[in-house]
Design a protein around this ligand. Sequence first.
Ligand code: NDP
Ligand code: KAL
Length: 258
Amino acid sequence: MKFSLEGRTYVIMGVANKRSIAWGIARSLHDAGARLIFTYASERFEKSVKDLVDSSLEEHNSLFYECDVTNDDAIDQTFTAIKNDVGVIHGLAHCIAFANKEELKGEYMNASREGFLTAHNISAYSLTAVAKAAKPLMTDGGSIVTLTYLGGEKVVENYNVMGVAKASLDASMRYLASDLGKYNIRVNAISAGPIRTLSAKGVGDFNKILKEIEERAPLRRPVTQEEVGDTAYYLMSDLSRGVTGEIIHVDSGFSIIG
Ligand code: NDP
Ligand code: KAL
């Protein structure tokens, strides 16, 4: 039996489909009894997210809001609507990243100014923007969790501008943890190993990356959305009440191998 999250409400940002890491987090929090609020980038994803939730989560009382994180007004409107509809939230999962496809191959040096700014805007600044908007709703304290990748700490082929954006995301997470700790709001990141999601599709040679995990990671296998979901559950629950500003690697141990 899980440590119960009954009576608690969590915002999940970044469910695209059933393969999304955000969906692994949603299921884990739902299993622990939490109420969930889903946000998606545009109206065109509303039906697919609602259908997925309705068909997969038993006895849910989830709410749904559109929120394009590049738009400050949209962020304000979303969190104002959530405040009006539920009042208090206890945590937020930020599972959002984007870079233009052409930036995700070849040499980092060729990054364009526009591509660099797009990746940083959506993948890094958005955490700060949503943390600021969510803070007034976390009156009982809270836990903010973001998703990062090893490519922000070490050079990983093809990850390029997204690696630089993840380094910015990691630093943003630590500065936010420092700012928000006095309100009993914790901020942490999960560094996930490679998982085949819509974002991972068509970028780099994913099979080659997974093969290296199978050969070299201590656990000799890739991680799953469920495993990342359960670590997010730990970070959202009081089990992790003394943990903030931390990156937890859920990657079969790959990051320790030189
Ligand atoms: P998904 O493709 O399932 O999710 C990416 C999400 O980002 C989508 O839901 C997409 O929303 C959302 N998004 C993109 N742009 C915007 C925007 N402007 N406003 C709001 N939402 C936006 O991929 P993952 O589950 O793999 O990615 C989730 C997180 O996990 C990312 O931060 C990623 O970097 C990280 N990660 C992934 C790993 C992997 O191997 N898959 C490894 C380590 C980290 P929409 O579909 O509505 O456009
Ligand atoms: C080294 C790895 C191999 C892949 C290289 C780069 C991966 C970058 C991730 C980034 C989030 C992918 C994109 O932005 C894809 C985008 O250009 C096109 N896709 C889309 O627009 C789809 C439809 C939407 C849903 O995607 C988004 N993101 O909105 C990294 C691997 C091993 C690990 C991964 C995949 C890490 C990660 O950060 O996702």
